[in-house]
Write a protein of this length. Structure first.
Length: 379
């Protein structure tokens, strides 16, 4: 509603075509049932939105050129595949799945399916898939479909909440291939609507897992157990609040802060070095500040321990991966089968990507530490 509106100092639109600040305040009051004035809207635009680069200032001046920061561990390399109109159409096909009645059936069904799944012989199914190129490629295909359906969950949750989802596409997060959906408009929703949009992807993963369980019960096809396992791993990964996955955005929306990572430095300076809180921390209310501090205190040691363990194990991991890659290349060359060669190439890629991703994360963290130390020492 406010994006891109340029207003003069008196709240009048430039060119006389867009709503005035007073009109925006009146519409906001009507929709929320709370009283807002033009001063409230002006404060929101000038003090909150414009500094983030979301809109211009009320006098029409552009936001500072440094508002487009380089977010830590951000999703930078991406390309839109589906337009906003196509996303709107697809999300409309699945928005009904967010109905409370459907969710009350799907979520308990997923819990029951999980209890059943972990009683199955997934280790045997996994071993069989690794030695069958056809089954391996099928599991990878189902994992990709699950990821795409995950993004449809975010888009449909936006549409169910009454806002328009943006484009859908794919790209590289750190070094891993990833899909994404532009859900910027979810910030127009209340906190419950934003959380629903955040959880929409994982919720659709659960629905997808339920479908796979039903198909397995009907067919007994063993590779489906591995596909269900991959969906479970995706759910766990998405709920982690460390990197910029769904769990991170759930945490951010709970406290009402778009970028949690930018508070790591200020909180470390306050907690470890007993420095007074800077402007960013002072601007937060008490309970969001407490939650963000708790998040930083928990997440920084966890990341440090995980990365420290990985760095220590990295030489052994590289050696093991190299041996597996040699075996895969030898088997592919000996078979002369294009299907085996394709499956081997995909397995090699899956072996390389985690090592490359960990290397990128370590380098970014080291760069952040050096920058902090550089500023701390006053150079």
């Amino acid at each position: 509603m406010l994006d891109g509106h340029r207003l003069d100092p008196h709240g009048e639109p430039l060119g006389g075509e867009r709503p005035t600040v007073a009109q925006v305040a009146a519409e906001l009051s009507r929709q929320t049932g709370r009283r807002y004035t033009a001063d409230h809207v002006t404060f929101l635009v000038d003090q909150k939105l414009a500094p983030l680069g979301i809109t211009t200032y009320c006098d029409g001046s552009p936001p500072p050129p440094n508002t487009k920061a380089d977010p830590f561990l951000a999703f930078r390399f991406r390309v839109a595949v589906l337009s906003e109109n196509v996303t709107w159409f697809i999300s409309g096909l699945f928005a009904w799945l967010h109905q409370p009645v459907v969710a009350l059936l799907a979520v308990p069904a997923f819990i029951v399916a999980e209890v059943w799944f972990w009683m199955q012989n997934t280790a045997g199914a996994l071993q069989a898939v690794l030695f069958s190129p056809t089954s391996f490629l099928l599991v990878v295909l189902l994992a990709v479909v699950s990821c795409v359906f995950h993004e449809v969950g975010h888009a449909s949750a936006c549409r169910y909440g009454g806002v328009r989802p943006g484009v859908m596409g794919c790209g590289i997060y750190l070094v891993w291939p990833a899909f994404y959906t532009d859900v910027t408009n979810s910030y127009r929703l209340g906190r419950g609507g934003r959380i629903r949009a955040d959880l929409g992807g994982v919720y659709f993963n659960a629905i997808f897992a339920n479908v796979l369980v039903l198909v397995y019960l009907a067919t007994g096809f063993q590779p489906l157990l591995v596909a269900i396992l991959s969906v479970n791993l995706e759910i766990v990964q998405q709920l982690l609040p460390t990197l910029r996955f769904d769990g991170y955005y759930i945490m951010a929306d709970l406290v009402g802060i778009p970028d949690l990572f930018k508070y790591i430095g200020p909180i470390i300076r306050r907690v470890l070095f007993r420095k007074p809180p800077d402007e960013r921390l002072a601007a937060l209310k008490r309970w969001p500040q407490a939650l963000v501090t708790l998040w930083v205190v928990c997440i920084v040691p966890a990341l440090a321990l995980q990365l420290g363990f990985v760095v220590l194990q990295l030489p052994r991991l590289i050696q093991d991966d190299w041996q597996k890659i040699q075996v895969l290349v030898t088997d592919a060359a000996a078979s002369g089968d294009y299907l085996v060669a394709g499956a081997s190439a995909l397995q090699i890629l899956l072996l390389i990507l985690p090592v490359a991703g960990l290397t990128v994360v370590v380098l970014q963290l080291l760069r952040g530490v050096f920058r902090f130390a550089y500023r701390r020492l006053g150079f």
